[in-house]
Structures are given as structure tokens and as C-alpha cells.
Design a protein around this ligand. Sequence first.
Ligand code: ARG
Length: 258
Amino acid sequence: MCRPTYFDVTYSINVWMDPSRPTSARTGQEQWKGLHDTFSTLGHRVELIEPVPGLPDMVFSANGATVVDGRALVARFRDRQRADESAAYLDWFRAAGWSEVCQAEYVNEGEGDFLFTGTEILAGTGFRSDQRAHDEVRDFFGRPVVSLRLVDPRFYHLDTALSHLGDGEIMYYPGAFSKESRSILSERFPNAILADESDAAVFGLNAVSDGKNVLLPQAATGLAARLRDRGYTPVGADLTELLKAGGSVKCCTLELRE
Ligand code: ARG
């Protein structure tokens, strides 16, 4: 995770970001701390990357890399405003002793668009990560990759529209995907939880699951109930300040799979 010390909305690279609307780094920091402490309370070890001045979106560490089987593929950002984050992630992984660390060649926004289900990697494209990045990810990790196309600008990263819950179970908002991608998803995941628009619009799919507890934005009350029905424990988090930049629980969390 990355503390939102320099959090702000000073540019707009997604439809949620409106630089004319006031934001509070202080509120962002308090909310972020709530999420951080929830992970710790649940027994998860949290590593921190040092925030860099001038990189207000760095709090969204999910975008920094994709990490599977002890290998880290560091992001290549679409927008120049975030490009310098890559160097910070490369340094972090190397300093932490990870041996297989490499920066992606094609635009690749890390776990924002690449979600590991335990066997395969679900990959998003349409707004951010390049379609060619999907092949690169397949080659780098040697895991099957399923390409999915996003079509609604509110859900510009895969992790804003789909979340892996555990054991190959997922939840997603069908309206965020192209017709072809919707068929792929319904065929592969016939038992998925389908979110309705009201839960998706508060970023309810931007969730992190440890297989039992599912941390998600607290406003996604419908999804929380559906998760409870399936035997998960939903844990609500208030990250409304960070949502002004188009991010929430999952965006703030990069999973390190050793
Ligand atoms: N403002 C950031 C951007 O547009 C938000 C990133 C959200 N991260 C995510 N994993 N969806 O790049």
C-alpha cells in the first residue's frame, strides 16, 4: 500500500476526476488508514511503498505491478501524469529482494487490469492496458490469460468492474463489458455474483477478498448482502475521498503473491 500523503486531484485521466472539486488529503489519509488498519486487524501483513511528491495517484498501488508466483511485472502507465510511478515500483521490488522484476513493454496498469484467479489471469483492455499487454502477461507469467473488453468509461480498469472472491468465484457488473466479454464471463463463471448498477456505481466491485473476508466500499450494501448469502464476511470501508480520483479499496491494494 502507499500512504496518500500527496493525494490530490490535479488532472483528469478518468471520468471521476474533476480538478475543480475540492479534495482533502487529510480526509483521504484518515480513510486510507482505516483500510490499512482493517487489513492488519484481519491478520494480513502490509508492506508500504514511500509516496513520491508530485505523484498524487500513487496511493493506487494496485496499478504499480502484477505479482504472481514471486514474479513482478511492473506497470507502464498510459498517462504521462503517472509514468514516474513505475520507477518507484521497480526500485521497491528490487530493494525488497524480489529477483524476477521487469517493467512491462506495453501499456499495462498492473492489477488495475490483471486479476489472478489462482489458475488464470483475467485481463482488461479498452481504456488503459493495451491488448498487446495481455500476450506479454501470458508470456511473462506462463499462465493462461482471458482477455476482457471494458466499454463503460466509469469502469475503466478491470478491478472497478470485477473482483475475484476465492476458489475461482467472482463478482462483476455485466454492463461494464462488451457483449463478447459478457458471454465469456457467463460461460466461465456461471455462478458469479452479478452486481447491479447501483452497487457498481459506488465502486462495490473494487473489492479485495482473502477468500473469507471481502473488503469493499461500505456504500455497496446490496453486494454486501449477496456476499453474506454466499458465506463471505463483507467488511465495509469508507474511501469516498479517494473515489474522487476514481479509486477505492482494491485500487489501494497490490497483492504480493510470493
Ligand atoms: N486516478 C487514478 C487513475 O485514473 C485511479 C486509479 C484507480 N486504480 C485502479 N486500480 N482502478 O489512474
